[in-house]
Design a protein around this ligand. Structure first.
Ligand code: ACO
Length: 341
C-alpha cells in the first residue's frame, strides 16, 4: 500500500460524466432467449434490466460521450487535458487503444493516452494511477474513463452469464487541487493471478495454418459464479478497511459506499460486514446490471446529479473482478458543476 503521508501535490476530482446506451433489455426480454425468469434473476442478483449497445455504438463512442460530459462539468477544454486513461477490458480493438481513439475524437491534442486493464476494478486502479501522475507533478489534468461493452462478448445462450451484464461508460477528471486540499484520500489495490481462471474472456488467436490446422473458437465470458461471489464478499470488506486506515479514517467516517454493481446480494453482504445502513449504500444495478469498469462511476455520477451525494461527502468506492483484482478508493467530493454558474 502507498504511504499517503508523504508530501505531494494535492489531487481533487473536478469533473464527472457518464453515458449509458438507450436500448433497454429487461429480464422478461432475456427469458425469450434462455430458460430463465424475472423472479430468478431479481432474487439472485437484484437486476431488473440492463442497457446494451446497438448499431454503430462502440466502447469508444460511449467513452467519448462520458468524456465530453466530464469536461463540460469541470469547464475544461480538451486541449488542456494532459493524459487520458481508459480503464476497459472490452475495447473495440486490441490496438489502437480506446484512449487514443477518444483522444482524437474529443480533440485532446496535447494528451498522452493509454488503456488500463483491471476488469471491474479498473476505475479504482485508474484512479490510483491518475492521482500518482498528479501527486508527483508529472501532469495537472488527467481524464479517467471506465467503459465496457459486455453485450458483444456474452454467450446469449448461457443463462448463468447473459443475465448479469450491461454496457456503459463513466468519466472522472482529476486535477491538481487549486486550494491545496487533497480529496483522493487513499487507494488500496490488490491482485491474485492464481485465480485468473475463475473469470475470463480468452482471446482465441490462431496458430499459423502452416503449423497446424485451426478451429474457430468463440470469445465469451467464462465465469465460476459461486467462486466470484465468495471471493468478493471475503476480500472487499478488508480492502475497504485497509483503504480507510490509509486515510486515517474508520467506517464511521464513510458517508456513502459505492460498490462495483455486480450483484445486490454481494453489495448487501459488504454493507452488513461493515455495519453500514441501506441509505449509505449506492446501488443502481436494478436499472443497468453490471456495467463492469463503468459501474462505480455511473453510480457516483447519478447520485451527485440527483443531490444525494453532497459537498464534502466521503465515499468508499470499491471494485472487484477478473484478474482477480480488487481495491478501494476513499474520496471526498467537493466539485461544483460549472455548467450551472
Ligand atoms: N435462470 C434460472 N436458473 C438459473 C439461471 C438463470 N439465469 N442461472 C443459473 N440457473 C440455475 C442453475 O442451472 C442451477 O440449477 P440446478 O440447481 O438445477 O443445477 C441453479 O440455478 C443454481 O445455480 P447457481 O449457479 O448455483 O446459482 P447461484 O445462486 O450461485 O447464482 C449467480 C448464480 C447469480 C451468477 C451468482 O453465483 C453470482 O452472482 N455470482 C457472482 C457473479 C458476479 O458478480 N460476477 C461478476 C463480478 S466481476 C465482474 O464484474 C466482471
Amino acid at each position: 500500500m502507498m504511504n499517503d503521508n508523504l508530501s505531494f501535490n494535492p489531487v481533487t476530482i473536478t469533473g464527472i460524466g457518464r453515458y449509458i446506451p438507450e436500448t433497454v433489455i429487461t429480464n422478461e426480454d432475456i427469458a425469450k432467449l434462455v430458460d430463465t425468469n424475472d423472479e430468478w434473476i431479481t432474487s439472485r442478483t437484484g437486476i431488473k434490466q440492463r442497457r446494451v449497445v446497438s448499431g454503430n455504438e462502440t466502447a469508444t463512442s460511449l467513452a467519448y460521450k462520458a468524456a465530453l460530459d466530464a469536461l463540460a462539468f469541470a469547464d475544461v477544454k480538451p486541449e488542456d487535458v494532459d493524459l487520458i486513461i481508459v480503464a476497459t477490458s472490452l475495447p473495440d480493438s486490441l490496438y489502437p487503444s480506446t484512449a487514443c481513439e477518444v483522444q482524437a475524437e474529443i480533440g485532446a491534442v496535447n494528451a498522452a493516452a493509454f488503456n488500463l486493464v483491471a476488469a471491474c476494478t479498473g476505475l479504482v486502479y485508474g484512479l490510483n494511477v491518475a492521482r500518482n501522475f498528479i501527486m508527483t507533478g508529472t501532469y495537472k489534468k488527467v481524464l479517467l474513463l471506465g467503459v465496457d461493452v459486455h453485450s458483444r462478448f456474452l454467450d446469449w445462450e448461457d443463462r448463468s452469464t447473459c443475465i448479469l451484464f450491461g454496457d456503459g461508460a463513466g468519466a472522472l477528471l482529476l486535477e491538481q487541487s487549486a486550494d491545496g486540499q487533497n480529496d483522493v484520500l487513499s487507494v488500496d489495490m490488490h491482485a491474485n493471478g492464481k485465480k485468473a481462471g475463475e473469470l475470463s474472456i480468452p482471446l482465441n488467436g490462431k496458430n499459423c495454418p502452416l503449423v497446424e490446422p485451426n478451429e474457430a473458437k468463440q470469445q465469451y465470458v467464462n465465469m465460476n459464479g459461486k467462486e466470484i461471489y465468495k471471493f468478493a464478499v471475503s476480500v472487499v470488506p478488508k480492502s475497504i478497511k485497509h483503504a480507510l486506515s490509509g486515510a486515517g479514517l474508520s467506517t464511521d467516517n464513510i458517508d456513502y459506499l459505492i460498490p462495483h454493481q455486480a450483484n445486490m446480494r454481494i453489495v448487501s453482504s459488504i454493507m452488513e460486514r461493515l455495519g453500514l445502513s441501506e441509505e449509505q449504500v449506492i446501488a443502481n444495478l436494478d436499472k443497468y446490471g453490471n456495467t463492469s469498469t463503468a459501474s462505480i462511476c455511473v453510480a457516483l455520477v447519478e447520485e451527485i446529479m440527483n443531490g444525494k451525494i453532497k459537498q464534502d461527502s466521503i465515499m468508499a468506492m470499491c471494485g472487484f473482478g477478473a484478474g482477480l483484482t480488487w481495491g478501494t478508493a476513499i474520496v471526498r467530493w467537493r466539485a461544483l458543476d460549472k455548467r450551472k454558474k
